[in-house]
Each structure stands twice: as C-alpha cells, then as structure tokens.
Design a protein around this ligand. Structure first.
Ligand code: ADE
Length: 221
C-alpha cells in the first residue's frame, strides 16, 4: 500500500512513523508513506496557501490551487482521496478494514480556520476521528494511518487483530499474564483451566459484559 499525506506541517510527522510496528511495516515494504508539503505546489510568488474568507469572518481559508495541483500530481486510477475534517463521517474500525484493502490513499490535512469548500470535490471520502476540533487534520491522518497499517497482511499476526475491540460491535475481552496473583488480584481460574471451550465462552461473555457497561450503543447495532 502507498499512503501520501498532504500537510503544511511535515515536521509533525517526523517521529510518528519511525518507531514500533509502523516502522517495521515500512522497513518490510508493506507500506510506503510519503509526506508532502502542499505549500511547495503554490503558484503564488510568496507561496501563499490561504486567503481571507469571502463574505467576511475570522481566520484564513486554505485555497484550492496548491491542494488541487498536489493531489492531481499524485493521483492514479487506484487512489482514494480522503479529507480529514471535523464535519466528516465518523471514523470506525470498519472503515479501517475497508481502507486497508486499498492500493493508494491520499490524505489531505486541513489547517487554520478551514478550507475552500471546493476542495471537497477532490475527495472520495471525508473523515472525522471524533466530535472535537483539532488544530488541523495532521493528528487525524496519523491516527487513521496507524489503524490501517496494523491491518495490512503480515504487519501483525492476524490472530492479534481478529479479536480487536469493535469487531462484531464488541469491545475486546480482558487479558492477563504472569504472575497468577499480583497484590492479591487473581487471574480468573478459567484461564488456567486449559479448557479451550470454557475459555472461549468466558471471553465472549466478558466481551459482552464490558460492552454492555461501557458502550451499550455498540450492542444496539
Ligand atoms: N481536523 C480538525 N478536527 C478534526 C477531527 N476531529 N477529525 C478529523 N480531522 C480534523
């Protein structure tokens, strides 16, 4: 998979993809991630990328030209162009699965007060990572990239994400490791029983109980 991220702040990405699982995925060529400063595409003599809003109002608005030119230079028939915006569709694990099947993703990170509405016409998808407003789409693109890359074949064992929270609209079951007793807190006996059928039943029940407690909205689905 190829991922291109368009931003005015490439330095924000410097350390994010250079550790742990994402770094390994890049080194193993499971994914290629490139960061592009769309200011480099500005045809303005001063490399301006924003302007005041028509109709008045606070702040600056990102202009069409640099983002259109940057996307058009990267886009192929296999590309999906995605805008990060707080008014986008809520991003969910199901979207992560669908996007992990794509060949090429292009993320556009908005910033400042907003972007010219016509930039939306470039996009196949507009995503929000939650009901709060960030200073820009950069953190959202990092979150989404991370959640997609871990699902790419061979990046982590399939067994590890088969039971992820949100699969089948359930939160993940609790896990334990050694020691059996830590400060009086015992590992549930069933996990020591070696009885795989009982363990599976226990985990499913715990998953449902946890979801009922914390995220009843998921069960309603
Ligand atoms: N840009 C600013 N806030 C955002 C959010 N919540 N999700 C995606 N992009 C954003």
């Amino acid at each position: 998979m190829k991922i291109d991220i368009l931003t005015l702040f490439p330095e924000m990405f410097e350390n994010v993809f250079s550790s742990s699982i994402i770094k390994r995925a890049i080194n193993q060529k499971k994914v290629q991630i490139k960061i592009h400063n769309f200011r480099d595409y500005s045809k303005d003599p001063h490399h301006k990328v924003d302007d005041t809003p028509y109709g008045g109002g606070a702040g600056m608005v990102l202009t069409c030209q640099p983002i259109f030119d940057c996307v058009e230079s990267l886009k192929t028939k296999d590309s999906k162009v995605i805008l990060l915006t707080p008014d986008g569709i809520p991003y969910k694990q199901g979207t992560a699965y669908n996007l992990s099947k794509e060949k090429h993703l292009i993320f556009i990170c908005g910033h400042y007060e907003g972007f010219d509405e016509r930039i939306r016409s470039l996009c196949d998808l507009q995503l929000s990572i939650g009901d709060y407003v960030l200073t820009g789409g950069e953190l959202a693109s990092m979150v989404i990239t991370d959640s997609i890359v871990r699902l790419l074949p061979g990046v982590i064992e399939e067994e590890s994400h088969k039971n992820d929270s949100f699969n089948n609209n359930l939160l993940d079951y609790p896990t334990y490791t050694k020691p059996r007793n830590f400060r009086g807190m015992e590992v549930p006996e069933v996990l020591l029983s070696g009885n795989h059928k009982r363990i599976e039943e226990y985990r499913r029940l715990e998953s449902i109980k946890k979801t009922q407690n914390r995220r009843p909205d998921l069960l309603e689905k």
